[in-house]
Write a protein of this length. Structure first.
Length: 518
């Protein structure tokens, strides 16, 4: 499989595409207006503690207070607090493999429920953003601080060593664990990342040295800053993609910006110089995303309807509570072949759904309405196909088997903003619903307002300001609707059409005084 990273830069944003045999597999947008926030470390101050929902809100200097659930208060909380309070804390030496199993997570949460430290309003704390803000919700934070590098992740005061699950070879895992033990200072933990596979000790040690330097700088900043304050800003989306995803299985990295090309070359030369020959500056006249046929794939990616190879399609809808995906066959199938055709469409949809979730970075609860299957074995095939495809996804996934109604429930870890939120903003007219009030309803609302005003109002001459589309509706007919309303209510109405007005509202003023009446 040929894997490539293509980076397109413009004045206002950078876009990063990862392709597998020319097919778009991952897509990221680095937008300066809304920079990447996950990984940033802040010195914050508790604004509110809400025991009823087992959470606190922490002021870190953003528009909305950050959300801290008690389950996100890590074992190192007291040690990190000692940095702010100048206290000595004794830590137990613990060495364990990284374990993300559901059972381990239950134990961790149960431990947190029993041992949540006492929090109070005004308390200062070190926190790290673990989830980007969504619409009117603030960021989610944790007190467990981690500093990621190319080959490892530093965990201050943690005293644990973990190895990436994607490194399956037992001997390699043991070798990396021995390296970690030999180079790791006291009172620090370390997670060895997938990129560290088959790397020499000096490369991992160099990465760790850089992370320790970063932590020491952050630790020093806590003594000189007052909350709320940003102490550590993680790398941009573009550089983080190179840090996390530019592995030896990537054949080429193409960049159309000289500035970013130099930045990435300098970064790769520092972290893994043997890969520097794979980075190329794109110099052709044709736009880079057109040359690699990515632009046309993005148009499909952002659409509500996504076609499937056999003629079926999926519909992706977002709601406040969840994302909903509907699978459709797209054409009639003979009754005797209905089960086989449905299975074929559902299997194609499974592969495309996983791809779309990765590309759009959709997280939270996802409900998929597959085409109904009568045979339990066929339902199991769809479930197994999804599980197989989800192995390619870096996010944590949990899913339930298909129900008798053809529904499947999936939860996917949400870290960043999904792609639609990154590239679009809600329509100022419809508020993001995609629906506009019918003109007849607006006319009805205006007429009802007139009936009330007729009995209570003083002005006998009104000025009605509307969008031209609503104005045409009011002037329609031999005797216009507006004329009928004037005679019926004995009120003179002057109609003003304004392109700047929203098609969803109307404005009524007293003609003589210009006083707003509605």
């Amino acid at each position: 499989m040929r894997k490539e990273i293509i980076i397109n830069s413009s004045t206002l944003q950078n876009r990063v595409a990862i392709t597998e045999d020319g097919v778009l597999a991952d897509f990221f947008v680095d937008n300066p207006e809304r920079g990447k926030m996950v990984g940033n470390v802040y010195l914050g101050k508790i604004a509110r503690v809400l025991p009823g929902i087992r959470a606190a809100f922490v002021n870190i200097g953003l528009k909305h207070d950050a959300f801290l659930h008690f389950s996100d208060i890590g074992d190192t909380f007291e040690a990190l607090q000692s940095l702010l309070e100048d206290e000595e804390v004794n830590l137990d030496d613990e060495d364990s493999e990284e374990n993300d199993s559901a059972e381990n997570e239950k134990r961790r949460r149960a431990k947190v429920i029993r041992q949540v430290p006492k929090l109070h309003k005004g308390q200062e704390m070190l926190v790290q953003i673990i989830k980007e803000p969504v619409e009117n919700k603030g960021v989610r934070i944790s007190t467990a601080i981690s500093i990621p590098g190319r080959f490892c992740v530093l965990l201050p005061f943690d005293n644990k060593i973990g190895i990436s699950k994607k490194i399956a070879d037992y001997r390699e895992r043991r070798r990396l664990k021995q390296i970690a033990k030999s180079i790791l200072p006291d009172n620090y933990g370390l997670i060895i990342r997938t990129n560290a596979k088959e790397q020499e000790e000096n490369a991992i040690a160099s990465d760790l040295k850089f992370l320790l330097k970063t932590w020491n700088t952050l630790e020093e900043a806590t003594k000189n800053r007052k909350p709320p304050a940003l102490l550590y800003n993680d790398v941009s989306t573009t550089i983080s993609v190179i840090r996390d995803l530019f592995s030896p299985d990537v054949s080429r990295v193409f960049i159309d910006s000289k500035k970013i090309y130099r930045e990435i070359r300098d970064y790769v030369e520092f972290i893994q110089p043997e890969l520097i020959g794979r980075i190329q500056l794109y110099k052709e006249d044709q736009p880079i995303f057109d040359a690699f046929k990515i632009e046309e794939q993005i148009k499909t990616l952002l659409g509500r309807r996504v076609p499937l190879p056999s003629g079926g399609y999926i519909i992706i809808e977002h709601t406040e509570a969840m994302s909903v995906i509907d699978v459709n066959s797209g054409r009639y199938a003979a009754k005797k072949e209905q089960e086989l055709n449905s299975l074929k469409t559902d299997l194609e949809a499974s592969r495309e759904i996983v791809r779309q979730l990765r590309l759009r970075d959709i997280g939270g609860l996802i409900v998929v309405d597959f085409i109904d299957l009568e045979d339990d074995k066929n339902r199991k095939k769809v479930y197994d196909e999804l599980r197989k495809e989800f192995k390619k996804d870096r996010a944590k996934i949990a899913m339930l088997p298909m129900t008798d109604f053809g529904l499947m429930q999936i939860t996917r870890q949400r870290i960043g903003s999904n792609l639609v939120q990154s590239m679009y903003e809600p329509c100022p007219y419809c508020g993001g619903t995609g629906l506009l009030t019918k003109k007849s309803n607006l006319v009805h609302d205006f007429e009802e307002w007139l009936k009330k005003y007729k009995n209570e109002g003083k002005a006998k001459s009104l000025t009605l300001t509307v969008h031209p589309s609503l104005g045409r509706k009011l002037k329609d007919g031999k005797i216009s609707l507006l004329t009928k309303m004037q005679f019926k209510n004995f009120i003179r109405i002057k109609l003003v059409e304004d392109e700047k007005m929203s098609p969803q509202i109307f404005e009524i003023r007293a003609t003589k005084t210009s006083e707003l009446l509605n």
